[in-house]
Design a protein around this ligand. Structure first.
Ligand code: SF4
Length: 375
């Protein structure tokens, strides 16, 4: 079982908080799509023997591609990979791209497996969208969702961001309830974080943007968890909520340590023992691919690094960390020892399964690092 991720590194405008790799110039779009198609050929042995079950177009903004470009990429994947048993094909889309014509075009990709749209809503309030410098407004977000549903895309997920200084707790609650009212079966929700070298970071330092308040983020995370649980959504990963049976298969496979191939600039791949990541530069990527070389760096993971990745990701899921997964007994003992030093209000242990409590979910990364195995 394996997945393919395709990174489309273009956006209409830069959201202030974003630190993903993308370009706001579309001049290289055609060349880039051509290079991704070549990379599919060049990387065809990476997942040898595996069955491809999921494909995910992320970015950047994949909805900026023409349907013919998406189709050409998919055609090549299906031609090059002999074993495909598709369970999920997701496309990330921004609301302002989802016009009636675009949705109708995208619907034509259903025959190629497209069955899920991930819509970058972020908030249903214009003040928040302006603060984040999103390219759409609230009305466009709601229209895009309805159009997608009318075109038969019932498997929708939306992103919502909390902790924005412009967002009161009441508006955050209204955002969540708006998602319920629209019948969205899956929601990914993250706290606004100020990443280094982003416009948000620069604007806050210059006093042009209000800073982010951690107490507000923490409160709004609690509101999120409470409301989701009350409305029947599983918090199957700290930032991901779904109605029963609507978990994202592609992302869940990342968290379960399954193999995946990443295509396109800055995309990461994992083969079970090593990680590699493509160069985050469109020009260099296109040039190198056209010369027959995938431009990547690689890191071979030691047993301790593999164990730590498993701790980091599994602890964030509702399935928790299974101590029986550690082949090296000493690793298991080190974790048990670290747990004994930890505040018992932060985690629960049932046999060999360790899970975070609601309080612990506020400190997931910190707790994971306390459990990390020393090299
Ligand atoms: S649309 Fe997405 S990838 Fe592009 S700048 Fe905004 S957050 Fe980043």
């Amino acid at each position: 079982m394996a997945g393919i991720y395709i990174h489309i590194p273009f956006c209409k405008q830069a959201c202030h908080y974003c630190n993903f790799y993308f370009s706001t110039s579309l001049a290289q779009k055609e060349n880039l799509v051509g290079a991704i198609i070549k990379e599919i050929e060049l990387s065809k042995d990476y997942l040898t023997g595996e069955t491809i079950e999921t494909i995910y177009f992320g970015g950047g903004t994949p909805s900026l591609l023409e349907v013919s470009e998406l189709k050409a990429i998919l055609d090549t994947i299906y031609m090059v990979h002999p074993k495909v048993d598709l369970k999920e094909l997701t496309l990330e889309a921004n609301p302002d791209d989802l016009t009636a014509a675009k949705i109708a075009d995208l619907a034509s990709l259903k025959t190629m497996g497209l069955n899920r749209l991930s819509i970058g809503v972020q908030s249903f309030f214009d003040a928040d969208l302006i603060y984040m410098n999103r390219a759409h407004n609230s009305g466009e977000a709601q229209e895009a969702i309805k159009r997608a549903q009318d075109a038969g895309f019932s498997d929708l997920t939306i992103d919502l961001i909390y902790g924005t200084p412009t967002m009161s707790d009441e508006n955050w609650l209204a955002n969540i309830h708006q998602a319920f009212a629209l019948g969205i079966p899956h929601i990914s929700s993250y706290a606004l974080t100020v990443e280094a070298k982003t416009n948000l970071d620069r604007n806050i330092k210059k006093g042009k943007s209000q800073p982010v308040d951690e107490a507000q983020s923490s409160r709004q995370f609690d509101i999120l968890m409470r409301e989701m649980a009350a409305h029947g959504y599983d918090q199957y990963e700290i930032s991901n909520f779904s109605l029963p049976g609507k978990h994202a298969i592609h992302n869940t496979n990342y968290w379960r340590g399954q193999k995946y191939l990443g295509l396109g600039p800055s995309a990461h791949s994992f083969d079970g023992a090593s990680r590699r990541w493509n160069v985050a530069n469109n020009q260099i990527y296109i040039k190198s691919i056209n010369e027959g070389q995938v431009p990547f760096e690689v890191e071979h993971l030691t047993p301790a690094q593999q164990a730590n990745e498993y701790i980091m990701t599994s602890l964030r899921t509702m399935w928790g960390t299974d101590l029986d997964q550690f082949q090296i007994l000493n690793f298991k003992f080190q974790i048990i020892e670290a747990l004994e030093q930890m505040d018992p209000a932060l985690y629960s242990r049932n046999g060999n399964i360790i899970k975070l409590t609601q309080q612990g979910k506020h400190f997931a990364d910190h707790i994971a690092s306390d459990l990390f195995i020393d090299e």
